[in-house]
Write a protein that binds this ligand. Structure first.
Ligand SMILES: [Zn+2]
Length: 342
């Protein structure tokens, strides 16, 4: 079989969700993709869905969490943690203003994250902030080496087709055109529609394809891959970085499976180590405070990301990941014209 044909077959296999060992297919065709450093670069990310922009909105957020903990999730750890947050607020302390501390603590441990920010408030499920309200915190995070990308708003793909103007709105605040996207609520309609919007917005990567209620490999791929464009019969010119672990989905999975969240997370990462060379994504909303998930779920983030180099593993921003891994794709004739830095 010709190299090109086998590659297309592999790309289609990924899209169809076949859970075969893809590395076995890739390795003989593109051995150079598997034999060069770096080993196990993984991608850590934050979706900024809520930020402390006014005492009032933070107060309501904490009250809402207490309601969720009591009536929906029936989670005592989440209830008690948010009661603590309420007491902090009532004594005049800040809650939900986590970026400066998060940016510093992680960077000092040589870990960088990609922060996805929402640029448009078109739905009640979008963020509580305007980008200009958090721009100084974002600039501070960028100084620490973290990067800022687009968190496509709730209606950005299905109803409004607004990914390109949303990307421009982020650029207006950060001074840099976003190269990556993740859909807020992982909401994107059919893959084709998402991919078309990503191509139009000239994105280099996306990390929307994960599960919202469980953990694992939604595409059957344990590494970043260019999705296949059936319209033009060739791979797309951007990467999909599989989202394999998210804070809220880890909590849901641990509950439904009756498993310890740390063990579940470790199992997923172990599969990525076993089958691939890295290139998967983890997502936390706020690992500093229990505003999205209870403390014991946030602890999993710190255990995953801060474990000193399991078999050469390193957690980094998507931009660093692309800088370090682009050669693999270029060597395989993929991501033509994509530059490591832009
Ligand atoms: Zn979101």
């Amino acid at each position: 079989m010709q190299k090109g044909q086998q590659l297309l077959g592999t790309a289609a296999l990924v899209l169809q969700g076949n859970f075969g060992d893809l590395e076995k297919q890739y390795r003989p065709v593109f051995p150079q993709c598997f034999n060069r450093a770096p080993k196990q670069p993984q991608f850590g990310s934050l979706d900024i869905d809520f930020y402390d922009v006014s005492a009032r909105s933070t107060f309501f957020r904490v009250i809402k969490n207490l309601g969720i903990a009591t009536l929906v999730s029936r989670s005592w750890p989440f209830f008690s943690a948010n009661t603590e947050l309420l007491l902090r607020l009532l004594t005049g302390k800040k809650v939900g203003n986590y970026l400066p501390e998060m940016a510093r603590v992680t960077a000092q441990r040589k870990i960088h994250s990609t922060m996805f920010v929402i640029a448009r408030r078109g739905h009640r499920r979008d963020a509580n902030y305007e980008l200009t309200q958090i721009s100084s915190s974002l600039a501070d995070a960028q100084k620490w080496g973290h990067s800022v990308e687009l968190h496509g708003s709730y209606t950005s793909i299905i109803e409004c087709g607004s990914l390109t103007p949303e990307s421009a709105a982020v650029q207006a605040v950060t001074g840099r055109k976003p190269r990556g996207n993740r859909q807020h609520w992982l909401r994107f309609d059919k893959h084709e529609k998402l991919y078309g919007a990503l191509a139009e917005a000239e994105m280099v990567f996306d990390s929307s394809l994960g599960f919202s209620e469980t953990v694992g490999f939604r595409n059957g791929a344990s590494f970043a891959f260019p999705p296949y464009d059936f319209g033009s019969e060739r791979p797309h010119n951007f990467l999909e970085i599989p989202l394999v672990l998210m804070d809220v989905s880890l909590e849901a999975a641990a509950k439904s499976l009756g498993r310890a969240p740390g063990a579940l997370a470790e199992e997923v990462l172990q599969e990525s180590r076993r089958l691939g060379w890295g290139g998967v994504s983890i997502l936390w909303h706020n690992p500093m405070e229990p505003l999205h998930v209870p403390k014991h779920i946030n602890e999993v983030f710190w255990n995953c990301a801060l474990q000193p180099g399991v078999d050469g593993e390193k957690w980094m921003s998507a931009e660093e990941f692309i800088r370090q891994s682009l050669f693999r794709y270029h060597d395989a004739g993929l991501l033509e014209g994509v530059r490591a830095d832009a």
